[in-house]
Unconditional design. Structure first.
Length: 298
């Protein structure tokens, strides 16, 4: 059974006319008849009943029709996908990124990528750090941007930069006068952070635990934007990766260097060994564009 034979059968089955099928496929009637005959011989029976006035499907032909549509759609999609990936003229790419990166650093990289490859459509999944790794591992997406995982297994982790945590305080807080700010002082105030299983929350608890410090949480949320707004409104203080500085400032909060201990984490690209041409191009743009945040803190 060949693709050419399936296309011939599908054209006849949909039009119920050899003449119209020939016009659709740009084939002669003998060539079309030969293709149908070859398909029937390979499958072992009649698919079409043809008379001088009409064409109709046999029961076996009726059974083959939806399968032929599916097979040809899969073939065409695969052929088109490969062509698009190799030429970067058209195509799709799915990326997963943790919210802190997706909101603050990814847009600038996508602007540059779009300028270079305007026909590539990118779907961005804005999901928590742990889900980024899971989506890459299950191949739901081709690329992820996340904190360095504890174990990559078969995945590759390419570092982009080393991020560090900064304090987030209300704009009118006396803490804005301290630079840097120690964790001991910060933890004397109501603390606002992300809910578990957020990697940000886990990193803070792990690193503070090593210093025998306890992270007592007054408020928690699923969204960094909510955390920033709560701090800006005076409900408490927080600590976020420095890639979120601009976002925190836009929400009305202020960011201050944070030490004792200084908590840092690597941010990078998660992929499988093999990459499509489009994914490789985006990876190159990310490596060329994304740098460790160096925005003014106050």
């Amino acid at each position: 059974m060949t693709v050419k034979q399936l296309r011939a059968f599908l054209a006849v089955a949909q039009t119920l006319s050899f003449t119209q099928a020939c016009e659709r496929l740009h084939l002669s009637q003998p060539a079309l008849s030969l293709a149908i005959k070859g398909l029937e011989e390979s499958l072992g029976g009649k698919l079409l009943i043809r008379s001088t006035r009409s064409v109709r499907l046999t029961p076996e032909g009726e059974s083959l029709l939806p399968l032929a549509k599916h097979l040809l759609a899969q073939w065409d999609n695969t052929e088109e996908r490969l062509r698009q990936h190799f030429t970067l003229q058209l195509g799709r790419l799915s990326v997963a990124a943790m919210p802190a990166f997706a909101c603050n650093l990814l847009p600038a990289a996508l602007v540059k990528f779009r300028q270079q490859h305007p026909k590539i459509n990118i779907t961005v999944h804005d999901v928590i750090n742990e889900e980024v790794t899971a989506m890459v591992r299950s191949r739901q997406v081709e690329m992820g941007i996340a904190f360095s995982p504890e174990g990559t297994g078969s995945l590759l982790f390419t570092p982009l930069f080393e991020d560090h945590f900064v304090a987030v305080v209300p704009p009118d807080s006396p803490l804005t006068q301290a630079s840097p700010l120690s964790w001991t002082i910060l933890l004397n105030h109501d603390f606002i952070t992300l809910q578990r299983p957020s990697m940000v929350r886990r990193l803070l608890e792990q690193e503070l635990g090593k210093q025998h410090m306890e992270l007592t949480v007054a408020f928690e949320s699923h969204q960094l934007s909510t955390v920033g707004r709560m701090v800006a409104d005076g409900l408490g203080v927080s600590a976020v990766p420095s890639m979120c500085i601009r976002q925190m400032h836009e929400l009305g909060a202020r960011c201050i260097p944070l030490t004792a201990p200084a908590i840092s984490c690597r941010v990078g690209i998660l992929t499988h060994q093999e990459l499509s041409v489009a994914a490789h191009a985006l990876r190159t743009v990310l490596l060329d564009t994304v740098q460790a945040p160096s925005l003014p803190l106050v």
